[in-house]
Design a protein around this ligand. Structure first.
Ligand code: FE2
Ligand code: FE2
Length: 147
């Protein structure tokens, strides 16, 4: 279902890169899956999909999987007593709220999937991984080296 980036002539919207790997397998898999869903949404946009139901489905998958991923990270941050947990959760919450607004517009048929939306998702996701998520890796590495 998800197009491999190594097949076909089309460039993926987001090229998965090793620099996005945090070294925590579970979260790396989640991030990779989120990127695949985002690429899927972009492909639908470029292909000029007019099927509302199809687009809603992929946006719902993105919303649901993001929520699942955030919950996993937040539980883990609680377990390892990550001191920046609250501000990290706040970032997740702000994102979920933005999604909620976007999804509501889609539900009400007041909006279309646009390049602006997928670009926002790309920017947020990659920025969050490289900055906010990477910070908990720095923390856990320090913890392990102190142990
Ligand atoms: Fe994450
Ligand atoms: Fe996160």
């Amino acid at each position: 279902m998800i197009r491999s980036t190594s097949l076909g002539g089309n460039m993926a919207f987001v090229d998965w890169d090793e620099k996005y790997l945090l070294g925590i397998e579970q979260f790396d898999l989640h991030h990779r899956h989120l990127v695949e869903l985002l690429n899927h949404a972009y492909d639908m946009l470029v292909a000029g999909w007019s099927d509302d139901a199809g687009i809603k489905m992929v946006l719902n998958s993105l919303a649901e999987y993001s929520a699942y991923h955030f919950e996993s990270e937040e539980n883990w941050m609680g377990q390892v007593e990550y001191p920046e947990k609250e501000s990290h959760i706040l970032e997740h919450k702000k994102f979920i709220y933005r999604w909620y607004e976007l999804n509501k517009q889609f539900e009400d048929d007041k909006s279309y999937l646009t390049l602006e939306i997928v670009t926002f998702l790309k920017g947020w996701l990659l920025g969050h991984i490289l900055d906010t998520d990477a910070a908990y890796v720095t923390f856990i590495k320090q913890q392990t080296s102190l142990a």
